[in-house]
Design a protein around this ligand. Structure first.
Ligand code: FES
Ligand code: MG
Length: 573
């Protein structure tokens, strides 16, 4: 019936009871004999759910992918994966990124698939699926779902997430009322798609394109743009050829590809979350990548893209201005043009014809939106021996070098309970420490690090203050916030030993973050410290807290590093 060289042939081409079982039940969907003639079986993995609104349109995209797969002579089979909706899930979607990755990996490996097209969108779905694909290493192309159309509100633009922070501030200040907030929320989300600011979803979509794992322009076509569906169809055609070529994620995800992704992230003013996700993906595929690479490779890259939250425009504008290929082309020699991509061509070939159509949105490299040295900096020092990150473009110039007394909060709830108090002992020099927001501590490393500036400090006329946490920050947020402090407090990092009144110093230019107490004092406090017990007795959080690694290692589970490959030795029939 077929040559057994193809993975799916071990199922559909098998003799006897096993083959009959594999074929017969699939036939109940009304396929004719040709689907079992040995053609490549392409799994189309979605992450849609009505509970993950950013991904809710993926079935339409999957139909376009199928069209391409049929056209090229493949057999497409769609399958669902755990949908992670950033806006609804508690306590944080990051707690479930590794679960999605594990579930998708095992689903892929267990089934008769020869190649994959994986559909993602909302923040964690993109890294989750790519981590899975890296561990199976079957030919794979990603298709991100595309941003929503620009939010339009009373003649101006409103961006996902960023507009929520603004509306909250306006409501508290009495500039708008609750009715107006309802109106803004309707104006903000007016089509299918993920956040249209340069938050984590748009960042990861661009990063995946820069890695060479999705077709050119796929990151930026709006979710409802006909060209997104045409790109999805092209992806369906391409994956069939990739199976014939056996072009695997490990062929594309080289160290050069990761360096391209880091530089792309710097040029687009992307989210700090890309640091954690890219390291996790690299560890799956076996590429050496550390937090320091983000500093070293990002240092000489200016921010070219003027998008909210750092800038003004939104993803629809970015698309019309030329999308990621125009950015990569403008970066010139900063991009490894020889890196091979899922088109079967090099990155240089993919972007050869790219052009900038609007220099306000994508600025030329000689007149960048923000100069070099404004991207993600990696700090080290006695408070963060394993590293910490800060997004310089989101921080205040005056605070980039700062020394001040710490005010320590055990968790974010403790801070929220008092942050509006007029008698809180803080001023503009205070360094706010919010700990136990790391991978183990929360658990799940939520986006809570950018806590609001205390009301008392705001009333005194300051809108920013140094904040330090082992948690993450939303890609749509801003402030002088030191994130991902490693090791986290719950793992016994020095962050656990800071006390209110200790002096903390931050020096971004020198890449330092230090706690100014003696080593003997640190050791004394360490001796008194007791590691918190895992508060979960069962279920996924139990497994997660026991096995999650630190942010600088990608916050993956320790036993998920690396790959198991595509081969499954036994069957159950
Ligand atoms: Fe889904 Fe922003 S909430 S992408
Ligand atoms: Mg987010």
């Amino acid at each position: 019936m077929s040559t057994p060289s193809r993975r799916s042939a071990n199922w559909f081409g098998a003799e006897g009871r096993a083959g009959m079982t594999a074929r017969s039940w699939v036939r109940n969907q009304g396929y004719s004999d040709e689907v079992f003639d040995g053609r490549p079986v392409i799994g189309i993995g979605t992450t849609w759910s009505e509970l993950a609104p950013c991904n809710a349109h993926q079935q339409q995209i999957a139909e376009s992918v199928k069209r391409g797969v049929w056209q090229a002579g493949g057999f497409p089979l769609e399958f669902p994966n755990m949908a992670l909706g950033e806006t609804l899930m508690r306590p944080t979607t990051m707690l479930y990124r590794n679960l999605l990755a594990m579930q998708a990996e095992e689903t892929i490996r267990a089934n008769p698939l020869d190649g994959l097209v994986l559909l993602s969108g909302c923040d964690k779905t993109t890294p989750g699926l790519l981590m899975a694909a890296s561990s199976v290493d079957l030919p794979t192309v990603m298709v991100t779902g595309g941003p929503m159309l620009n939010g339009k509100y009373r003649g101006s633009e409103v961006g996902s997430g960023t507009a929520v922070w603004q509306a909250e501030a306006d409501l508290v200040a009495g500039r708008i009322d609750q009715e107006e907030c309802y109106f803004i929320e309707k104006c903000m989300s007016r089509s299918n798609g993920h956040c249209m600011t340069m938050g984590t979803a748009s960042t990861m979509a661009c990063v995946v394109e820069a890695l060479g794992m999705q077709l050119p322009y796929a990151a930026s076509w709006p979710a409802v743009d006909s060209r997104r569906f045409a790109t999805a169809q092209d992806t369906g055609k391409r994956i069939v050829d990739m199976v014939a070529e056996d072009q695997k994620p490990s062929d594309v995800l080289t160290r050069e590809a990761f360096r391209n992704a880091i530089r792309a992230n710097a040029a687009i003013g992307g989210s700090t979350n890309a640091v954690v996700h890219l390291i996790a993906i690299a560890k799956r595929v076996g590429v050496e990548l550390t937090v320091d690479d983000f500093d070293l490779d990002g240092r000489d890259v200016p921010t070219l893209v003027n998008l909210q939250p750092s800038g003004k425009f939104l993803m629809e504008d970015f698309c019309y201005a030329g999308g990621l290929p125009a950015v990569l082309k403008e970066l010139g020699d900063l991009v490894h043009r020889d890196a091979i991509t899922v088109t079967g061509r090099t990155m240089g070939e993919n972007i050869a014809d790219a052009e900038i159509h609007n220099t306000e949105v994508i600025t030329p490299i000689d007149r960048p939106f923000q100069g070099v040295g404004t991207g993600t900096a990696v700090l080290r020092g006695s408070l963060a021996p394993g590293g910490a990150v800060i997004k310089q473009s989101a921080a205040s110039e005056r605070l980039l070098k700062h020394r001040g007394p710490a005010m320590v909060f055990e968790d974010v709830d403790e801070y929220y309970a008092v942050c509006k108090d007029d008698d809180l002992d803080v001023d503009e020099n205070t360094v706010l420490i919010v700990r136990n927001a790391g991978p183990k501590g929360y658990p799940g490393m939520p986006e809570v690090a950018n806590v609001p500036v205390p009301k008392k400090v705001q009333d005194a006329g300051y809108d920013d203050i140094v904040r330090i946490s082992d948690g993450r920050m939303s890609g749509t947020a801003y402030g002088t916030v030191v994130l991902h402090v490693t090791p986290e407090a719950a793992a016994g990092g020095p962050l656990a030993f800071v006390r209110t009144g200790d002096v903390v110093s931050l020096d971004v230019a020198e890449r330092r973050l230090d706690l100014e107490i003696s080593e003997e004092e640190v050791e004394r406090r360490r001796a008194e410290w007791e590691a918190p017990a895992n508060p979960y007795e069962r279920g996924w959080p139990r497994l997660y807290v026991d096995h999650v690694m630190q942010a600088s290692d990608g916050a993956d589970l320790d036993f998920l590093v690396g790959k198991s490959g595509r081969y499954v030795p036994r069957d159950g029939h």
